[in-house]
Design a protein around this ligand. Structure first.
Ligand code: HEC
Ligand code: HEC
Ligand code: HEC
Ligand code: HEC
Ligand code: HEC
Ligand code: HEC
Ligand code: HEC
Length: 320
C-alpha cells in the first residue's frame, strides 16, 4: 500500500512540473505578450538585467547612515565604509519591477541572505533606506550593510516574486504547473481562476497579496503599511460584501495587463454598479475620494481597497 502511494506521488510530481512561460507562448501568444509587460513579470531580476538599471544613479550616490557609515556604489557592488574599513557587498538580486521601488538582496553566507540597506525609489530617482531598516541601529559594517535573513525566511521573498525556477510572477504562479496541459496541447485542463468565486480569488491572489483576515478585529486598521494588502481591505468594503460575489480583483484588474492608471478605467467599473450617486460626488475619479491613496512611508503609496466614504483627510478607515 505504501509503495503504491509512493508511485502515485511520483507520477503526480512528474505531471506537475513547471515548464516556464516561454513554453506557453506558442499557443497563448496574446496572454504571453501582454503578461510580459506587467509588474508581475518583472517582480524579480538579476540586478544586471533589471529594466531600470540604466536609471540607477550608481556613480553619483553617496549616502550616510548613523552613526558613521558611508555608502557608495562601484558598479553593482555596494561599498560601505566607517572611515577605517570597507565592506563590499555585490547587489545580486533586484526585487520589484520598480513601479515604486527596487530592493537588493544577495547571498551573505551559506545560511543567510542580506537585504541591502539602500533601496532604489523610482519616483525620486534616488536611493534611500529600505522600508523597516531606518530605525535599526547598526553596530558594525556588516549590520550597516543591511538586514540578514536566514535562508528559510529569505526564501519567502523568492517564493512570492518568482515562479518555479523562473524569475517574476509568470503563468504558472496563477495557473499551476503546466507540463501536462502543454504536452496534451490543451486537452488536459489547467487551473483557470476565472472559475473561482470573488471570495476564493481574494484568497488566491492573497497567497502573495495577503488573504483576508479570519478575524477582522485582529487587523490593526490604523497601521498604514497594512493598506498594501489589497484582499484584506477589499473584503471589508460594502461593495464587496453587498454585491454578493459580483466584485473581485478581476473586476478592476486584467490578470495579464499592466496596472491601469487612468481614472477612467476604474470610473467605468464603479458606474457599472452605481448608476446613481449623491450630488456631493464629483463626476469622475471616483477612486480618488472612495479609494484614497495611503503613504505609509513617502514616496510609497497604495490605493485603499476598502472602498467607502472617507471624511476629509482620513484615508485609513471609511466613515461607515
Ligand atoms: C506568486 C505571487 C503573486 C500572486 C499569486 C499574485 N500576485 Fe499580484 N503581485 C505580486 C508581486 C510580487 C507584485 C509586485 C510586482 C512588482 O514588482 O511591481 C504584484 C503586483 C500586482 C499588481 C500591480 C501590477 C503592476 O503591473 O504594477 C496587481 C494589479 C496585482 N499584483 C494583482 C494581482 C491579482 C489580481 C492576482 C490574482 C489573480 C495576483 N496579483 C496574484 C505577486 C503575486
Ligand atoms: C507573501 C508574499 C511576499 C513576500 C514574502 C515578499 N513580497 Fe515583495 N511584494 C509582494 C507583493 C504582493 C507586492 C506588490 C504589492 C506591494 O507593493 O506591496 C510586492 C512588492 C515588492 C516591492 C515593490 C515593487 C515595486 O515596484 O513597487 C519590492 C521592492 C519587494 N516587494 C521586495 C521584497 C523583498 C526584498 C522581500 C523579502 C525580504 C519580499 N518582497 C517579500 C509579495 C511579497
Ligand atoms: C496573476 C495571475 C495570472 C498570471 C500571472 C497569468 N494568468 Fe492567465 N489568467 C488569470 C486569470 C485570473 C484568468 C481568468 C481571466 C478572466 O476570465 O477574467 C486567466 C485566464 C487565462 C487564459 C484563458 C483565456 C483568457 O485570456 O481569459 C489563458 C489562456 C491564460 N490565462 C494564459 C496565461 C499565460 C500564457 C500566462 C503567462 C504568460 C498567464 N496566463 C499568466 C491569471 C493569471
Ligand atoms: C500546445 C498548445 C498549448 C500549450 C503549450 C499551452 N496551452 Fe493552454 N490551452 C491550449 C488549448 C488548445 C486550450 C483550450 C482548451 C479548451 O478550450 O478547452 C488551452 C486552454 C488554457 C487555459 C484555459 C483553461 C480553461 O479551462 O478555461 C489556460 C488558463 C491555459 N491554457 C494556460 C496555459 C499555460 C499557463 C500554459 C503554459 C504553462 C499553457 N496553457 C500551454 C493549448 C496550449
Ligand atoms: C459589482 C458592483 C460594484 C462595483 C463594481 C462597485 N460597487 Fe460600490 N457598492 C456596491 C454595493 C452593492 C454597495 C452597497 C450598497 C448598499 O448598501 O445598498 C456599494 C456601496 C458603495 C459605497 C457606500 C459605502 C458605504 O460604506 O456606505 C460607496 C461609496 C461605493 N460603493 C463606491 C464605489 C466606487 C467608487 C466604486 C469603484 C471604485 C465602486 N463602488 C464599485 C457595488 C459595487
Ligand atoms: C473597484 C476596483 C478595484 C478592485 C475590485 C481591486 N482594485 Fe486594485 N486597484 C484599484 C485602483 C483604483 C488602484 C490604483 C491605481 C493607480 O495607482 O492608479 C489599484 C491598485 C492596485 C495595486 C497597486 C498597488 C496599490 O495598492 O496601489 C495592486 C497590487 C492591486 N490593486 C491589487 C488588487 C487585488 C489583489 C485585488 C483583489 C483583492 C484588487 N486590487 C481589487 C482598483 C481596484
Ligand atoms: C470629490 C470626492 C468624490 C468623488 C470624486 C466621488 N464621490 Fe462618491 N461620495 C463622496 C462623498 C463625500 C460621499 C458621501 C456623502 C453623501 O452621501 O452625500 C459619497 C457617496 C457615494 C456613494 C454612497 C451613496 C450612499 O447611498 O451611501 C456612492 C455609491 C458613491 N459616492 C459613488 C461614487 C462614484 C461611482 C463616483 C465616480 C463617478 C464618485 N462617487 C465620485 C465623494 C466623492
Amino acid at each position: 500500500m505504501v509503495r503504491l502511494l509512493l508511485v502515485l506521488a511520483c507520477t503526480l510530481n512528474a505531471a506537475d512540473s513547471f515548464i516556464g512561460s516561454a513554453a506557453c507562448a506558442p499557443c497563448h501568444k496574446r496572454q504571453f505578450d501582454s503578461q510580459s509587460k506587467t509588474g508581475h513579470a518583472h517582480a524579480l531580476a538579476k540586478s544586471a538585467d533589471h529594466a531600470q538599471r540604466a536609471q540607477w544613479p550608481l556613480a553619483t550616490t553617496e549616502a550616510r547612515r548613523a552613526p558613521n557609515f558611508r555608502f557608495r556604489f562601484d558598479s553593482l557592488t555596494a561599498r560601505i565604509d566607517n572611515g577605517a574599513d570597507v565592506l563590499a557587498v555585490p547587489m545580486e538580486w533586484a526585487f520589484g519591477a520598480g513601479a515604486q521601488a527596487v530592493t537588493f538582496v544577495s547571498k551573505a553566507d551559506d545560511k543567510h541572505h542580506i537585504e541591502h540597506y539602500l533601496t532604489y525609489y523610482s519616483k525620486l530617482r534616488s536611493f534611500g533606506p529600505t522600508p523597516g531598516q531606518s530605525k535599526l541601529k547598526p553596530a558594525n559594517l556588516a549590520e550597516a550593510a543591511g538586514l540578514l535573513y536566514r535562508n528559510a525566511d529569505s526564501q519567502a521573498c523568492f517564493d512570492c516574486h518568482s515562479t518555479g525556477n523562473e524569475l517574476g510572477v509568470r503563468c504558472e504562479a496563477c495557473h499551476g504547473p503546466g507540463a501536462t496541459h502543454a504536452a496534451s496541447a490543451g486537452k488536459t485542463s489547467i487551473i483557470n481562476p476565472a472559475k473561482m468565486t470573488a471570495g476564493a480569488l481574494n484568497d488566491y491572489c492573497g497567497k502573495c497579496h495577503r488573504p483576508p483576515a479570519s478575524d477582522p478585529a485582529k487587523i490593526d486598521w490604523n497601521f498604514a503599511w497594512n493598506v498594501r494588502h489589497q484582499p484584506v481591505y477589499l473584503s471589508q468594503s460594502k461593495c464587496f460584501i453587498k454585491s454578493e460575489g459580483k466584485l473581485s480583483c478581476l473586476t478592476c484588474h486584467g490578470p495579464h495587463e499592466p496596472l491601469a492608471q487612468q481614472a477612467a478605467h476604474y470610473d467605468a467599473k464603479c458606474v457599472s454598479c452605481h448608476q446613481t450617486k449623491p450630488k456631493s460626488c464629483g463626476p469622475t475619479n471616483c477612486a480618488n475620494c472612495h479609494m484614497p491613496q495611503v503613504s505609509p512611508e513617502p514616496p510609497l503609496r497604495f490605493a485603499n481597497h476598502w472602498i467607502g466614504v472617507y471624511k476629509g483627510g482620513a484615508a485609513l478607515r471609511p466613515l461607515r
